[in-house]
Structure formats: C-alpha cells, structure tokens
Design a protein around this ligand. Structure first.
Ligand SMILES: [Fe+2]
Ligand SMILES: [Fe+2]
Length: 200
C-alpha cells in the first residue's frame, strides 16, 4: 500500500461509528463472537490481545470510578493520590505502547494478510491518532487532579469532576475502538492462524 492515505469517511470516524459496515464484516459473520472462546485457533497471541484490551478497559474504568469516589467524598485525598497517580501513569504508558506495536508491527502484517480489510485497519489507525489526542487531555486533567490532592486549598471536587467528565468521553471512544478492533482482527486470526503475524 503506497501513496497518501485515503481520508476516513465520516460514518467510520471514531465518534460516529456504530460498528463495521457490511463490506468489512465478512469474516465476523463467519466467526461471530460466540465462537471465539474455546476456538482451536484462538491461540496465545489472540488471547493475549483480548487480555490486553480487557486490562485497558478495566483500568480506564477504575480510574474513572476512583475520581467519582473522590468527588463524592468517599475517599480522602492522600490515599486517593497514592492509588491514582501510579495507575494513571501506567495506563497512559500501556495504551501508548499497545497502539505503537499495532501501528508499527501488527497492522501492516494484517493488511497484507487480507487486503479486503485494509480500509478497516486504516480506520483503526486513525482511531489511534484521535485516542492519542484524547489521552493527552486525560493526562492534563489527571495531573491537575493529582496536584489538587497535594494543595490544601485546592478545588478538589472541581478537579475530580473535570477528570471524570474527560474520562467519560474517553471511555466511550476507547470501548468503541477496542470492540471494533477485536471484531476485525480476531476473526482474521481464527481464519488464517497467527503465524503470519509472528514470523520475521
Ligand atoms: Fe488499537
Ligand atoms: Fe488493540
């Protein structure tokens, strides 16, 4: 695949998308989610991928939940900070690293494996760019929240509400991206095996 990338059609942008159009669902129709667990070609790579996604969903949800607990006064500033600050940093690092290896290693191999899905993987790459921008905003709100827990006169409730609001939008985008990515790549692995993704 060479030349400038085609622009993403509006209906497939992350903030508008409601799953994949029919033209990108031919493998998903053959391998619907119900058959994934226990499938003989759901190998260690495919399982690892699903586990990474589950971890990212759970951690993002836990960070959002914790900010709500702080805002409602159910947890004190110091224990909140001790729990929240390292997990926010870990989450940001893990998600960025995950996207990097997908963009640089796996997506090009997956596109080569099934040219009829190239458009879908290009959409997912575009998602990564949008999520990256949202991640920067989440980082800013999270850092402001951590600072507020350290300053005696800070507006802790306001900072917690700011983080919660940013993470609500972020979580919706992340969930859409992870679900759609799984719907594209897990059926492809079940159909072809993951050897083409690990060789070389
Ligand atoms: Fe991704
Ligand atoms: Fe992913």
């Amino acid at each position: 695949v060479s030349g400038a990338p085609e622009p993403i059609e509006p209906a497939l942008r992350l903030d508008r998308r409601q799953g994949w159009p029919e033209t990108l669902r031919f493998l998903l129709r053959q391998y619907p989610r119900e058959v994934w667990p226990g499938h003989q070609r759901l190998d260690s790579l495919a399982q690892f991928w699903l586990q990474r996604h589950a971890m990212l969903r759970a951690l993002a949800g836990a960070l959002r939940h914790a900010s709500g607990e702080l805002r409602e006064g159910r947890v004190a500033a110091a224990p909140f900070r001790a729990w929240f600050a390292p997990r926010l940093g870990f989450f940001l690092d893990q998600l960025q690293g995950h996207h990097e290896i997908e963009d640089q290693h796996y997506f090009p191999l997956l596109m080569r494996l099934e040219p009829k899905l190239v458009r879908g993987f290009a959409v997912l790459e575009n998602d990564h760019a949008l999520i990256h921008a949202a991640l920067a905003r989440l980082d800013t709100q999270g850092a402001a929240l951590v600072r507020a827990t350290e300053a005696p006169l800070a507006d802790l409730t306001g900072a917690a509400a700011g983080f919660a609001a940013e993470s609500d939008g972020f979580l919706a985008q992340l969930a859409r991206h992870l679900d759609d990515e799984e719907d594209l790549l897990i059926p492809l692995i079940l159909d072809r095996g993951s050897d083409p993704l690990t060789d070389g």
